[in-house]
Design a protein around this ligand. Structure first.
Ligand code: FES
Length: 145
């Protein structure tokens, strides 16, 4: 392990936060880095549009595991719609070190996996509220009575 890695990255690698299987997950996705074959399975418990729980398992290099640990900390308790908007720069900022192009796949494996796990809930959260309560003539139920 070279000294480019900051201590906190090694700490997240050695003792990753949110590592483990969620018994009551509502969404899950397994992502892989095709360059090395490393895999991460990310599980989410979504309740009322919020990420109430998150866990991950898998194997990978220090960068991929630290980024999964940091990302899962970040999204826990967030609205699904906000977590779904997280992008590559957010993850690179969390890691806080220079990531070479060759290591970008490692750094972003957890984000790609999160986005796929969140996709169905993100679509549901972004739908407008049902309009059935408003009659097509624009009156409210009080006006119509
Ligand atoms: Fe496999 Fe980094 S070397 S994810």
């Amino acid at each position: 392990m070279d000294d480019l890695y900051r201590d906190y990255i090694l700490e997240h690698y050695r003792r990753p936060h949110n590592f483990g299987v969620l018994d009551d997950a509502t969404a899950s996705h397994e992502g892989a880095n095709p360059l090395c074959g490393d895999r991460i399975t990310l599980q989410l418990k979504v309740r009322d549009g919020m990420i109430a729980g998150v866990g991950f398992t898998g194997r990978g290099c220090a960068i991929s595991q630290a980024s999964a640990s940091l990302l899962t900390d970040e999204v826990k308790g967030k609205p699904v719609i906000d977590a779904a908007k997280m992008n590559s720069q957010d993850v690179l900022d969390m890691l806080g070190i220079e990531i070479s192009p060759a290591r970008l796949k490692c750094a972003l494996l957890s984000l790609e996996t999160l986005q796929k796990a969140l996709a169905p809930d993100a679509v549901a959260s972004s739908r407008p509220a049902p309009a059935a309560a408003i009659p097509s003539d624009g009156t409210t139920s009080t006006e119509a009575a």
